[in-house]
Design a protein around this ligand. Structure first.
Ligand SMILES: [Zn+2]
Length: 294
């Protein structure tokens, strides 16, 4: 076995792999924080060179705290989860082009988020960024999502552990028609998501856009963004993605039911109250819990 040590490199390039292969390397040793993009990983597969992160615990003791946090086992698990959620969103057509963004709060003042201008279908852990709650980038090679402000407003004003913004077609159909799906029709939607609200349109990426969610953050977990898409938040990226699925399936089902004519049958009011009691026990927010409920 011949090893080539590249632990002093921040970014591993295809050329590095090429040079190592020409030198007869069978193993490439890189730093745990090194960035390896997809072409590099593909070349490693093609050349049969084995990748080793090493020494595994070789995070320099004088590394900045945010770097240590960004490369900690906890952060690596979150990055993997964000990438898995990104693939689910893309496979379900909930994101299009480079649209949508995912984030997860890892510390009081630190959030791991997806980068700008990347499809969520094939992002890798090396693509992700670390930002603070003011939006300042702390770590990561790529620039963070331009919708970071939207995510940060939600973290500042709720107990959210993760936020997803995306454009699922049926929910977005409601958001562009100025309507919200009615509640009280399917139990899962009422318990885990609804009722949802619809914000007025603002230009994506702006402070005004991020602030449209503020009046609703404390007693919802999902919002329709006017002429745009949806935003959901939960304890983890996986759970937030479930809410997107629940909302999107609900909107699709309502639209299908219209083809049958007539109107949907409502769950009787007293049974809706039972669902609300379940929701309260699960600790899921709902505007109907507000003291000023009319
Ligand atoms: Zn969007």
């Amino acid at each position: 076995m011949k090893s080539v040590d590249l632990t002093d490199r921040r970014l591993i390039t295809p050329r590095d792999v090429e040079v190592a292969a020409e030198a007869g390397a069978t193993e490439l040793i890189v730093d745990t924080g090194a960035v390896l993009r997809k072409p590099v990983r593909l070349m490693l597969q093609q050349t049969g060179i084995v990748l080793r992160f090493g020494p595994a615990t070789r995070t320099p003791s004088d590394a900045r705290p945010e770097q240590r946090l960004f490369h900690s086992p906890e952060a690596n698990a979150i990055k993997e989860e964000i990438c898995a959620v990104g693939r689910k969103l893309w496979e379900r057509s909930y994101v299009d082009g480079n649209g949508g963004n995912i984030s997860c709060r890892i510390a009081e003042n630190a959030v791991i988020c997806t980068p700008t201008l990347r499809s969520k279908g094939d992002i890798t852990p090396d693509d992700l960024c670390l930002i603070d709650l003011d939006g300042t980038q702390l770590a990561g090679a790529l620039r963070p999502t331009s919708e970071a402000r939207l995510h940060l407003e939600i973290y500042r004003n709720s107990a959210a552990g993760a936020v997803i913004h995306c454009h699922p077609p049926h929910a977005t159909a409601y958001a562009i028609s100025g309507r919200v799906p009615p509640a009280g029709i399917i139990p899962e939607f009422d318990v885990f998501v609804g009722p949802v609200v619809l914000t007025s349109y603002e230009t994506p990426g702006t402070r005004a856009f991020a602030e449209t969610v503020l009046p609703h953050v404390s007693n919802h977990n999902t919002i329709l963004l006017g002429n745009h898409g949806v935003v959901c938040w939960a304890a983890t990226p996986t759970r937030a993605e479930w809410q997107v699925e629940t909302l999107e399936a609900y909107c699709q089902t309502l639209l299908l039911s219209r083809q049958l004519g007539g109107s949907c049958t409502r769950i009787p009011q007293e049974k809706q109250e039972e669902l609300l009691a379940i929701k309260k026990r699960l600790g899921i927010p709902d505007p109907r819990f507000s003291p000023d409920r009319h």
